[in-house]
Design a protein around this ligand. Structure first.
Ligand code: SF4
Length: 252
């Protein structure tokens, strides 16, 4: 599985499907703000990263022009990442609460981070054709991340991207149509739970729409959900209990 993820990631970093985003990622690197002048930008698509055997999957919007697009890792080197890793750390999904550089020693535990788009869109606003162009990469990741049980959609676009990807993979729709709102939970028949979260963008955190406490609560909930037995484990427990009871009732 790890080899296949590596092959997928090698394909992603060469992608040039969206001319507008290819131009924007290069432009950001060519004309950085004063604080990043002299830094060499990644300026290529970003892959997902984390634990290939993860049970928690995060789906964000896209890298930031001067965050991930600069450092080469999603949610790294910007304010969104600082809010996100604080929350992941509080729930034990990561070994440190900050994320500044690709080589800062950060390790995800039982978690994998990806996004609906791998290149930064101007103004954080992708157009529908760009979302569609990038969607096959998320599908490929979902095919490979077979242990995922809880998904956190960071922002409406990431949340929708996951729902679309499930449908494209032939999963059954939930009985009740999912609605987006911070903390909204959708449970699927296959045992996967989707939690919606506001995106930890500066726009949300500076205005108080999303606080650190609100984001921490999302990952604490994910942690509690992962602590529950899976449907398969529950079935096995019930069947073991049945066998034990039957053996106890048998005449000796
Ligand atoms: S956003 Fe996705 S599809 Fe578009 S160029 Fe970047 S990697 Fe390719």
């Amino acid at each position: 599985m790890e080899r296949r993820l590596e092959r997928l990631n090698a394909k992603i970093v060469r992608c040039r499907r969206c001319p507008r985003l290819v131009a924007h990622r290069a432009e950001a690197g060519a004309r950085p703000p004063r604080r990043y002048r002299g830094e060499r930008y990644w300026a290529r698509p970003l892959t997902g990263f984390g634990d290939p055997r993860a049970r928690l999957l995060l789906v964000g919007l896209a890298p930031a022009a001067h965050g991930g697009n600069r450092t080469g890792r999603m949610f790294t080197g910007d304010q969104s990442g600082s809010t996100l890793f604080d929350a992941l750390h509080a729930a034990g999904f990561v070994n440190r609460a900050t994320s500044e550089r690709r080589d800062d020693g950060l390790r995800l535990r039982d978690a994998y981070i990806t996004a609906a788009l791998r290149c930064p869109p101007p103004g954080n606003k992708p157009v529908p054709s760009e979302i569609a162009n990038c969607a096959p990469y998320l599908l490929d990741e979902l095919r490979l991340l077979t242990r995922v049980r809880v998904v956190v959609g960071l922002g409406r676009i990431g949340w929708q991207a996951y729902l679309r990807a499930r449908q494209a993979l032939g999963a059954r729709r939930p009985r009740r149509a999912p609605t987006f709102g911070h903390g909204a939970v959708t449970r699927f028949d296959d045992g996967v739970t989707l939690i919606a979260s506001y995106h930890p963008s500066q726009q949300n955190t500076f205005t108080g729409r999303l606080t650190r406490g609100m984001l921490r609560a999302v990952f604490h909930r994910a942690r509690r959900l992962l602590a529950r037995p899976t449907p398969a484990t529950r079935r096995a427990q019930v069947s073991r209990r049945g066998l034990t009871e039957a053996a106890g009732a048998r005449p000796r």
